[in-house]
Design a protein around this ligand. Sequence first.
Ligand SMILES: Cc1cc2nc3c(=O)[nH]c(=O)nc-3n(C[C@H](O)[C@H](O)[C@H](O)COP(=O)(O)O)c2cc1C
Length: 190
Amino acid sequence: MNNSVIGFAFTGSFCTLRRAVDSMKRLVELGYSVVPIMSRTTYETDTRFGRAEDFIKEIEGKCRRKIWYEITEVEPIGPKKLLDLLVIAPCTGNTLAKMAYGVTDTSVAMAAKSQLRNARPVLIAPSTNDGLSASAKNIGMLMNNKNIFFVPYEQDDPENKCTSLVCLFDLIPKAVEAALEGKQLQPVIR
Ligand SMILES: Cc1cc2nc3c(=O)[nH]c(=O)nc-3n(C[C@H](O)[C@H](O)[C@H](O)COP(=O)(O)O)c2cc1C
């Protein structure tokens, strides 16, 4: 049995939500206690990739607890030292930018701030079409931060989406293990 408590935060990369939910389920099956978190955008938006209500039901059923999506719900992560690790998967360009510049006006950005306040690890699983353009500097800034780790990522479609980056969701369990030991899973760029 694994004793670590992991916050698993979903942001609005809707095309990768399915893969992220499956990765979260894998962590539950590995014995981690998983606390589900969502950005309000993710919590409230239906897209062609699925209905918010269906994702919410599936996630809450697997974790056997309600999803936190309000800033007030995640704020205690810091003062009460609730999490051993916070995973943000998928992590949008929007959330990367907020984290890089210290903006905390969403539940997920606030969860990260609360976790980092205790010098505890945050693991980012990026998925954004501007990973090698507007978001590149933000990824670079975050990679240079103590206690921030990345799920290894790659260009998902260099021919048609030449600046797009996406993490390798299957590597989340290995990246979690490494981050819990304060290590970056390598190689980070695949
Ligand atoms: C169908 C759809 C797919 C999207 N996919 C992505 C994506 O893969 N990566 C990304 O960074 N933003 C994507 N977005 C945009 C984000 O949802 C948007 O920037 C939002 O403000 C993110 O908020 P959050 O980071 O708080 O979840 C997508 C939006 C829509 C409607």
